[in-house]
Structures are given as C-alpha cells and as structure tokens.
Design a protein around this ligand. Sequence first.
Ligand code: ZN
Length: 324
Amino acid sequence: MNEEGRKKSQWFDYMTGGRSWRAFWHVICERIIIIQSIAQTLISDGTKMESTNPTPDPKPEPQHKPKPAPKPKRRVVNAFFPTVGVAILLATLFTAWTPTSLFASNLQEQLRLILTPQAGPNTVITTAQPQLRIGIVAGHNGNDSGAVCLDKDGQVDLKEADVNLAIAELVQKSLVGQGFQVDLLNEFDTRLNGYRAVALISIHNDSCEYINDEATGFKVASSLETRDVNRAQRLTACLVDRYQRATNLTFHAGSITGDMREYHAFSEIDPNTITAIIETGFLNLDREILTQETERVAGGVTQGILCFINNESVQPTPSPTLAP
Ligand SMILES: [Zn+2]
C-alpha cells in the first residue's frame, strides 16, 4: 500500500469506525429510521386529522434493503407536509377564532352599551318626554283695560282685559290638565322676546259699543311673519272650526283688521313659534256668552289649539261670503 492508499484507509476507518461499508450503511439506515419514527410519533395526531390525505404506513422499512437512504428521505418529506399542514391548520384556527371571539366580545359589549340606559331610570323619565310649551296671552293684561263697557250711569261695568284673562286662565287650566306646559302671558310680557313654543295664542275681545246687529261673532288672524305660513294657516283653521263648533258664534273673516295681522307679539316672538290672535266675541252683543258661558268660550279656544297640536282633521277656514 502506497502513501495515498494508506491515508485513504485511515480516513475510511475513521468514518466507519472500523466497520465495512455494508455495516456502515446499515448503522446509518438504523439511525435514520429511529429519527423518522420519533418524528412520526410526534406528528401522529396531526396526520390522523388529515383524513382526505392519509399518511404512509409509519412502520419502519425493512433494514436489509441495500439502499434504504432514499426511502427515509422521502418519508421525512411525507412527515414534513402533515406537520406543516397541522401548523397551518392550527395557525388558521388561532387567527380565525381569536379575532372572531374578540370581535364577538366587542360586539356584545357594544350591544350591551346601546341597550343599557347610561343614566339612571329617574333621569331618563324626566328628560325623555319634555312637555310641549304653549303660550296664552291674556290681552291688555298688565298694560291697559282694553275695551270697556259702561252701565246706564256711565260707570265701567266690564273691561275687556278682565274677560280676556278669565278666558285665558280657563284655557291654561284645561291645557295644563292635558299635560302641556302653559305660560300665561301679559300683553307686553318680557318673555315674549324670542318666545319659543309649539303655539302662542293671544286672546282679545271686540268693542263694547253697539255698532249694528252684525257686530257679533269672532275673528282669528295668524302672523304673516312666521317662517311656516302653512302651519300658521292651519292653526287659524283649527281655531275657527273648533271655536265655531263650541260657541255657534259667527266668524268674521272679512273684518280682520291690520292691527290683528300686525299684532305686536308676532314680531317679538321666535319666528319658528306658530302664533295667532283671536277676538273671541263682541263685548256688546256677545256679552252673555262671554261672561256667563266663559267655560264654553274657553273650551272652543282649547279645542282649536289641540286640533293644531294633535294634527286633527279640520275644514278649511270658511270664506267671508259663507258667514251670515
Ligand atoms: Zn283687545
């Protein structure tokens, strides 16, 4: 054996441990099969889950095969894919379930917050249903007496302001009884500046002088300065219809004066407040119903206001030609 042959022999002995090539391959194959069996056992649960892709029989290959090296290599690859598959499956499950469950938790929390009142029950009750505000002006009150009636001796025996106040107080009482917040206002009440309400009605009465037999009945005029003319006209129609039904008094559509159309309060209140002025009768010829049947008169005004607020059906305001 030359030098080269001696070195090759030493390297072979070192690598094989003094075994023959056949014995060396046998040991290598044994080690590979042991490692592969351990790996197969570790991933066996994962491979069982893949029913559509059954794994190869994990039984070790016969050890007497001359070239078993390619087999373990293929089997390691076969074991690798189920492992990766299980890893992907687990990763998918975690990424799919964890955010979903977190989202579901957030959703449930949001629903709980939406469905649960944030304030105490007492607070909800007091703020959920605010009362509708209605303004009633008792004409001339706090300023002057308005029209006056004189007796045979020339003494004042009836003032318009008193009649207006009596009617206004009854209207207020009736509306308060139905759950509304009603402000009883003076003629030049400071609260009228920018006054906001669902409706403002000013109550007045006509002259106590005898004019003629036609000087009986009532008048209604709405504001021309409102931002909602249709609703103002509806308030007028409601007051006319309901007041006429309640009192059987005549509606004087043609005798509405410019003073009524340009009533001072119309320009003082908030333009969103729907407002009207009603002259409930003449103090001369209608004195009896105004002073003796005040509840009936006030009832007609109240029904007119409720007609407007409750959107009740109402006949169009009758034209002057229909009035007698
Ligand atoms: Zn008046």
